[in-house]
Structures are given as structure tokens and as C-alpha cells.
Design a protein around this ligand. Structure first.
Ligand code: AMO
Length: 421
């Protein structure tokens, strides 16, 4: 385990391990900028010739002249570590990208080529520490409510969200696909286990290359028996508020580093009809029957700042085949989306739990019920009504941290052109 400086505070003689973020020599003195998992601080080497390079990993024996830990944050102004012995544990070759951005910033594409180095930057690491809190607090929220965490399959036989955006794979003598959602399996979990959640990677072969879409994402899903769309929207509201409170509490330093002041969002509930009316009244022209485009999502965020905006009761034709037709005469479904800071972060709804309704909707949507026989049959044995939703992990991270490009919040993004590292 890395010996961080703050673990050693209070001792006369310290042993620390760190990366050499930078160094400069002046006469017989060498100044080191050292970085460990928590802090960046200065080391001073006197009368020693050492072979240094940026980002080499070193072990140092020395003593602190004047380090103080203030509210969990090491103040390094005027504080220094006097180096008595230094061992280069792992030397670094010349760096292909700078770890400290000075003046000109490296382009995102180049940074992603060397992502394993890029994530050494404190501001980049802060993003992934926050993302870790997001997943963890999602888990904690539902685990504490008695939900069961399930592990849905990643290889599937049928499309869940529509047929065109699946990655086909060869599965021995059969054709299979990478899962684009745990959707059908979490439903089967809920109708027998009651209340389930999952965190899983999913793959979508969407060709468009945008700042908000990737081909591999992580989804935080829930599915609840005997709950309707309104009840699971309330759970989503409370879950997001819990996540934000957790990040505020557990990632104070990271948020400070990123300059983000997080506000626990309130919730606003709009029907699809209502949202379309409000948008048009606010001068954003959009037709009834159209999906909300990014501009419409941003406009709603302007109208309701610092809010989770739920848009519910969507037209049946705009929602997937498994969504319950709430009012067939009016053409309204029990599907919803949730927007945060101008971005869709989640969607969900009540599901169809009756085989004959499911067969009808599949046909209406031009899908062949034969391909879904195993799924339809699962509802023939006392399947309770059920509802759920899915949060895109990268999307909620972007929305909370107000980051424009989804690649920034993805450790090793997979997009139309990128498959390495
Ligand atoms: P949907 O397809 O809307 O619904 O996905 C749910 C959430 O996942 C995120 N998301 C994406 N993020 C980045 N790139 C993509 N290509 C991408 N696709 C989706 C979004 C989105 O809101 N099975 C349903 C959910 C349900 O009904 O429970 C589903 O997957 O944040």
C-alpha cells in the first residue's frame, strides 16, 4: 500500500512513497514536487545527485519541517519534506502528455491515447473518485431498502431497446448479441424476487458520435414489483438526492478541486403534454409527438434550474415495447424520462405484465413475438405489475459535474473510433 504523507504526519522520521510530479535544481539543492494519493507537496534534496524524471515513483526517507493537516487537507505552503534517502522504485520514460497542464492544454483525443497517465492528474482523479461515490451510494440506497442486487447476463439472444443498435457476436453455432440493457432480465427478477437492482455495463452499436453518447456505458437499474410509474419516479427522486448528498459529504476536496458547488436538486413532475406546452410557451418550438432534443432538454433546465425534471406519460409510439400503455384511447404510456442540468440521465416506466398485451404491442411495433417467446412466457405464471428505471452512470456524473463531453467521465471510453487503451 502506498505510504501517503498524511498517514505519516506527527512522526519525526517519515517514510513516504510518491510520484515526482516535477523537479528543479538550483545549485546543490533539488526541489521535488511530490504527489501521492491525497496531496501534492514539496521535497528538498540537498547535496545529492539523483537521476530524476517526471512521474518516476519514489520511496523517500526524511523528516518534515512544518507540515500541518488542516481539516483533512495538508497545507503545503512553506511546508517541506527534507529528503535524507531517496530510492527510485520505478523510473519513468519521457512523458507523452504533460501531467500538469501549463498554459496550453493537451487535446482530449491525445489525452485518451494515454489515459492511464491522464488519470494521474488530481482533477481527473477527482472525477473518478466522485463516480465511485455515485455507484456506491446508489447501491447503499437500495440495499438499505431491502432490494436484492442481481447480476444480469451480458450475452443475450434478443434486442431489448430496438433492433438496430446491437453488437452481434458469434455464440458457437448461434447468433447472439451484447446486452444493450439488463431490461428483460431485471423484469424477470422483479416478478419473482420482488425488488431488485443492478449495476452493469451495456453496449450499444449506435453509429452517432456525440459528446453525450458512447458505445459502452454503465447503467444503474432498478425494478420493483407492485409499483407503478409514479412510485418508481419518487424512488428515483430520493435516490438522486441521496447520491448528491453523499457526494457532497464524501468528496468535498474533489468538488473543491473541480470548482463545483453541488446543490441537492428538487423534483419537478411534468406530463409529456405539459412539457411540450411549456417549451412552446417559452419560445422553443417543438411539435407534439416529437422526442425531446438536446435543445429542448436544456430549455427545460433553464425553466427549472437545480431540479430533477421528470417528464412522464409519454405517447406510446415514443417508448419501447415493454412499456405499459396507461391509456390506450389517449395513446399515453407509463414511460418517463428524468433530466438533470439539461441532460437525460434516466428513463423508465411501468412494464407490461400481461402476455396478450405484450404480443399486441410487439406486433404494433413491427417486432416478431416469436423472437420474444421466452420473455412473454415468463409472464404466464402470476407476474405482478412492476416498474423500474435505469440511470446512465456517465450521464449522471456529467450532469452533476457539468462536464460537456461524456469521454471525460469514462475511464476508458469506447466510441465509434476508440477501442484502445
Ligand atoms: P435508455 O435506453 O433510455 O433506457 O437508457 C437509460 C439511460 O442510460 C443512458 N444511456 C446512454 N448514455 C450514454 N451513451 C449512450 N449511448 C446511452 N444510452 C443510454 C441515459 C439513459 O437515460 N431499459 C431502459 C431503462 C428502463 O426502462 O428501465 C433503458 O435502457 O442516461
Amino acid at each position: 500500500m502506498i505510504k501517503n504523507l498524511r498517514d505519516e504526519l506527527g512522526k519525526k522520521e517519515v517514510v513516504v512513497e510518491a510520484w515526482i510530479q516535477d523537479y528543479r535544481s538550483s545549485g546543490k539543492i533539488t526541489f521535488l514536487i511530490l504527489r501521492d494519493l491525497y496531496d501534492v507537496y514539496q521535497g528538498v534534496v540537498k547535496n545529492k545527485k539523483i537521476d530524476l524524471s517526471q512521474e518516476s515513483f519514489v520511496r523517500i526517507k526524511g523528516y518534515l519541517k512544518d507540515a500541518v493537516l488542516k481539516s483533512n487537507e495538508l497545507t503545503i505552503k512553506d511546508k517541506e519534506l527534507v529528503v535524507e534517502e531517496i530510492e527510485i522504485v520505478s523510473p519513468a520514460d519521457p512523458l507523452p502528455i504533460p501531467i500538469v497542464e501549463k498554459g496550453v492544454n493537451t487535446g482530449l483525443d491525445k489525452r485518451l491515447d494515454y489515459r492511464y497517465l491522464d488519470i494521474r492528474k488530481p482533477s481527473v482523479r477527482a472525477i473518478f473518485r466522485i463516480e465511485s461515490t455515485i455507484i456506491n451510494s446508489f447501491r447503499r440506497f437500495f440495499y438499505d431498502k431491502g432490494f436484492i442486487e442481481i447480476q444480469p447476463p451480458g450475452i443475450i439472444a434478443t434486442s431489448t431497446e430496438g433492433g438496430t443498435d446491437l453488437f452481434p457476436i458469434k455464440y458457437f453455432e448461434k447468433k447472439a448479441f451484447l446486452a444493450q440493457s439488463p431490461q428483460l432480465y431485471k423484469q424477470l427478477g422483479a416478478i419473482s424476487l420482488g425488488r431488485v437492482f443492478s449495476t452493469s455495463p451495456v453496449w450499444r452499436a449506435e453509429k452517432h458520435n456525440t459528446t453525450r453518447h458512447l458505445n459502452e456505458i454503465r447503467q444503474l437499474d432498478i425494478e420493483v414489483a407492485m409499483a407503478d410509474d409514479m412510485e418508481v419516479m419518487k424512488l428515483l427522486e430520493e435516490c438522486i438526492q441521496f447520491i448528491v448528498r453523499s457526494v457532497k459529504k464524501e468528496n468535498k476536496e474533489d468538488l473543491g478541486l473541480l470548482g463545483i458547488n453541488l446543490v441537492v436538486p428538487k423534483a419537478v413532475y411534468l406530463s409529456y403534454d405539459g412539457a411540450i406546452k411549456e417549451l412552446n410557451n417559452a419560445g422553443y418550438s417543438i411539435l407534439h409527438g416529437e422526442d425531446l432534443d438536446p435543445g429542448a432538454e436544456r430549455k427545460l433546465a433553464e425553466l427549472y434550474p437545480d431540479s430533477i425534471i421528470f417528464v412522464h406519460s409519454w405517447p406510446i409510439e415514443l417508448k419501447p415495447f415493454y412499456i405499459w400503455p396507461k391509456d390506450k384511447n389517449k395513446g399515453i404510456s407509463a414511460g418517463f424520462d428524468a433530466l438533470l442540468n439539461g441532460l437525460e440521465i434516466s428513463s423508465g416506466g411501468q412494464r407490461i405484465h400481461k402476455p396478450e398485451v405484450l404480443i399486441g404491442v410487439l406486433k404494433e411495433k413491427g417486432l416478431n413475438p416469436e423472437n420474444f417467446k421466452w420473455y412473454i412466457d415468463a409472464f404466464r405464471y402470476g407476474a405482478p405489475p412492476h416498474s423500474g428505471w435505469s440511470i446512465g452512470l456517465e450521464r449522471i456524473t456529467m450532469a452533476l459535474l457539468r462536464i460537456e463531453n461524456i469521454r471525460e467521465v469514462t475511464l476508458f471510453p469506447r466510441d465509434r473510433h476508440r477501442l484502445t487503451p
